[in-house]
Design a binder for this molecule. Structure first.
Ligand code: SAH
Length: 453
């Protein structure tokens, strides 16, 4: 019952970072715990099937517990694994993928060890919400878990300190210029978010997401450019929405360059503020190289279809000059980036096509220009593939589908559907692109069997 004090052992962790224990047979979820912890917890909320508790005391700590290096980790919703060793986190992530395949996909496939690189300072993109603190002061930080309360901080271990320095400078300068932070409750004010991206050379692009334009934003832009000369472009995105979506539809550049240029797998990429780009460049390279290694057709000039292609990164990193590459993506700015990126990387126009549209149109678009695809790469958002996409992919009779996923649950569900269409997979490889958080990327090769319908 609510407010009960119970003693439990934590036996599992969910991908959201909740420890799982049992009290009289009923599942209890408790944040900030680790497998092996024996704790006393207070029940905060109870439903028919499970309850949520809060740790009161750790009676016996788990062997994988460490002291978090972050002073705000207990409040901030950004990380959920900063209190366990990184080694234990990698095992957990491998296990998330195994469990998803077993429970959701009903499949027993081999899940390799989680591939990793560094566990700190890996993020090349940061998006901070602004809000109003004491006496209406402009503050920034990350949201507390399951809330829109901003947890302020002076540094974050997951990213370069320059991001916090810029945000801090912006909030102070905005105060001085009387540019107010947006207030969600009253739906008033200007500054909603600051979104920053850094390339491997250290150049930075900044985008202010604002509720309404303000004549002093250009002064703010000039002042931050003066203080941080590594900023190469400053943008405004107008967002009048009242929901949680960060970006609105209109983006324009107010200073410097429209795009930021970065390199991945030796290729050059121009990226607009709205376009998707992997936040962990080192691990993205590992992931793309692995995806490439899975493709095993010797055919000269094979046809590769890259669905959910963003700025074209995967296809352009994987395709040889002779291959025919078709990419499909829903965000128009990203498609424009992809077309430009193809040119920047010297691809011939005859062998390259990027289309703006829904992924379900991909096979048709590819067939019109290059014929049937030999390989299809899919890299959808967390919600996974729509059934229509799986159907068009499977019906194209493509022999190899490389599925890159950021959510093991939807990956396992979709692989289950591919299996019904006669595809098989033997192994999955997790990649830790987001250390200290519950997220994990996974790559699976699906192959068409002879018995496919
Ligand atoms: N493959 C890219 C991007 C992957 S993120 C990379 O590695 O950088 C997923 C991408 O899918 C995003 O760019 C998003 O804009 C796009 N997307 C989302 N829904 C889509 C849809 N229905 N059809 C096509 N693309 C979609």
């Amino acid at each position: 019952m609510k407010n009960d004090i119970i003693q439990i052992e934590i036996t599992d962790i969910t991908p959201e970072g909740f420890g799982v224990g049992r009290n009289n047979g009923k599942v209890v979820f408790v944040a900030d715990t680790a497998v092996g912890d024996i704790i006393t917890a207070k029940i905060l909320k109870e439903t028919k099937s499970h309850s949520f508790g809060k740790v009161l005391e750790i009676l016996t700590p788990s062997p994988c517990r460490i002291d978090s290096k972050c002073p705000v980790s207990a409040k901030c919703g950004g990380c959920c694994f900063s209190h366990i060793s990184y080694e234990a986190e990698l095992k957990l992530k491998q296990n998330f993928v195994k469990q998803a395949f077993a429970r959701i996909g009903g499949m027993d496939i081999k899940v390799n060890e989680t591939r990793f690189d560094k566990s700190e300072a890996y993020r090349n993109k940061v998006q901070y919400p602004f809000g109003r603190g004491d006496s209406q002061k402009c503050i920034f930080g990350y949201y507390a878990r399951n809330s829109h309360r901003i947890v302020q901080h002076e540094s974050c271990l997951l990213q370069d300190s320059v991001f916090t320095e810029i945000a801090s400078f912006v909030s102070k300068t905005a105060e001085r210029l009387f540019i107010k932070a947006y207030d969600e409750e009253s739906a008033r004010g200007v500054l909603r978010h600051i979104v920053m991206r850094k390339n491997r050379k250290g150049e930075i692009s900044v985008c202010f997401v604002v509720f309404e334009n303000h004549k002093k934003l250009s002064i703010l832009a000039e002042e931050i450019k003066k203080e941080f000369p590594q900023i190469v472009g400053i943008h405004i995105n107008l967002n009048k929405r009242k929901d949680n979506v960060i970006f609105g539809d209109e983006t324009f550049c107010i200073l410097g360059s429209e795009t930021l240029t970065d390199t991945l797998c030796g290729k050059i990429f121009e990226i607009s503020p709205r376009a998707f780009y992997q936040v962990n460049a080192e691990m993205a390279e590992q992931l793309y190289n692995h995806a490439k290694s899975l493709i095993h057709t010797e055919k000269e000039g094979k046809v590769i279809l890259d669905l959910y292609c963003g700025t074209g990164t995967i296809g352009l990193c994987i395709a040889s000059d002779k291959d025919k590459l078709c990419g499909v993506e829903i965000i128009a700015d990203a498609v424009e980036n992809a077309k430009k990126n193809a040119l920047l990387n010297g691809r011939s126009q005859e062998n390259t096509l990027f289309v703006c549209g829904d992924a379900s149109l991909g096979v048709e678009e590819c067939k019109k220009t290059f014929g049937k695809p030999d390989v299809i790469i899919v890299d959808p958002p967390r919600k996974g593939l729509d059934k229509a996409v799986i159907e068009t992919v499977a019906k194209s009779e493509v022999k190899q589908v490389v599925y890159i996923s950021c959510d093991p649950a939807t990956l396992a569900r979709d692989c289950g559907i591919f299996f019904q269409f006669g595809y098989t997979a033997t192994e999955a490889t997790p990649f830790d692109l987001f250390p200290r958080t519950g997220h994990v990327e996974t790559v699976v090769l699906l192959e068409r069997t002879d018995s496919a319908i």
